[in-house]
Design a protein around this ligand. Structure first.
Ligand code: BGC
Ligand code: ZN
Length: 373
């Protein structure tokens, strides 16, 4: 069967390759699948993002043990083809997605929280040391296969990005239990890409006043989605963060998802007392930025402010994210699917995936249509 892979460490090495079609008892390199718990998924769609672009630029990414190639793709959506005899709660014909990270050996890895591993090395399908989903069939342990309701199949590849947004918000609320009572009223979401938009949705569903900021001037598709969720879109080209805070007040919660570390640091100036700032961007460069460190330090100490990084997501965040998407469809029908802008037809058109990621600035979500739903 066909698969799209790179040679990690080699720039622009994206290519089409061949893999053996897996069965429920296959043992793909590096993956542990308990006997009888294999689930074979026929892949329907795979989303791509900056991570895939950066792996193809050889910024990071590693092949599984014994392999030269890494199959790309971490945002999966498919249909179950076959299950092992011990699998419960899943059946052929179910729509599913799969989590990305697989456990190492730390305590958190062993209790289903590999997103919180305490080891330096992490194992991520399509990113690091494990093959991804940009192929026709994959097999995985049922533990990592998450059911997607039939009624959400039109949102297919958004399950994984939503898990990232769901974890970011859940972690913020979890951390804020330090306040005993925390009733955030105002949130700033920095960035109106997929993570920023999905975070905007979750925060609106929680009843917050949300300002979503991005560089472009409205109207754009992104600004329209923000407004359709009932949030306010603010263009950083006409309003600075400090100006926004001057107009509406500082934020109780800030989620940063711009991919720009300068914005990440600058946002420290506009967090309110007792607030929490969550960083989600993976910045692979080596840029440095100047900040007003004395002023920020002072205000952060006097205001009990918290800065938190968050990466990846475990099964619970996928499940929570799927519920948020379902509620989102009730509250804002037809809005979320507007994120899915750029399908590419067929694995052999892999070059088009990268072209869209690199060149097409208006592409909000690029995904491979491996097979029709
Ligand atoms: C993925 C995460 C992953 C992170 C770092 C993101 O694009 O969505 O699952 O943990 O990259 O590799
Ligand atoms: Zn992604």
């Amino acid at each position: 069967m066909k698969a799209v892979a790179v040679f990690p460490g080699k720039k622009d090495s994206i290519h089409l390759t061949k893999l053996e079609r897996p069965s429920v008892d296959s043992k793909p390199p590096g993956l542990e699948i308990r006997a009888g718990y294999g689930v074979v998924i026929r892949i329907l769609k795979v989303g791509v993002d900056a991570t895939d672009k950066e792996i193809n630029e050889a910024q990071y990414g590693a092949a599984p043990p014994g392999c030269q190639e890494l199959v790309l793709g971490h945002e999966s959506f498919g249909i179950i083809e076959e299950i092992g005899p011990n699998v419960r709660g899943l059946k052929p014909g179910d729509y599913v997605t799969a989590t990305v990270r697989r456990p190492g050996s730390s305590l958190h890895d062993r209790i289903g929280m590999s997103d919180m591993t305490s080891e330096e090395t992490y194992f991520e399908r399509g990113i690091n040391l494990l093959h991804g989903f940009l192929t026709e069939y994959v097999v995985d342990d049922a533990l990592y296969v998450v059911k997607v309701p039939q009624g959400l199949k039109h949102l297919h590849v958004l399950m994984e990005p939503m898990s990232i947004a769901a974890k970011a918000v859940e972690q913020a609320f979890e951390a804020q239990r330090r306040m005993r009572v925390w009733r955030p009223e105002r949130a700033f979401v920095l960035g109106a890409g997929q993570i920023g938009l999905l975070t905007t949705l979750i925060l609106k569903l929680r009843g917050l006043e949300v300002y979503t900021l991005a560089r472009s001037q409205a109207p754009t598709r992104n600004s329209e989605i923000v407004e359709a969720y009932g949030a306010e879109y603010v263009s950083l080209s006409d309003t600075s963060l400090v100006e926004l805070a001057g107009r509406v007040g500082r934020a109780d919660l800030i989620v940063e998802a711009t991919g720009n570390s300068t914005v990440a640091f600058n946002s420290m100036e506009v967090l309110g007392i007792n607030g929490v700032l969550v960083w989600t961007s993976i910045t692979g460069g080596d840029f440095s930025t100047n900040v007003q460190s004395d002023a920020i330090n002072l205000k952060w100490v006097l205001g009990n402010k918290l800065l938190m990084g968050t990466v990846n997501a475990n099964r619970e965040h996928f499940e929570a994210g799927i519920k948020e998407l379902a509620l989102g469809e009730m509250m804002y029908p037809g809005v979320t699917q507007r994120i899915l802008t750029n399908p590419v037809e067929g694995l052999e058109n892999y070059q088009e995936l990268i072209r869209l990621l690199v060149e097409e600035k208006s592409a909000l979500k690029v995904f491979m249509n491996v097979a029709d739903v």
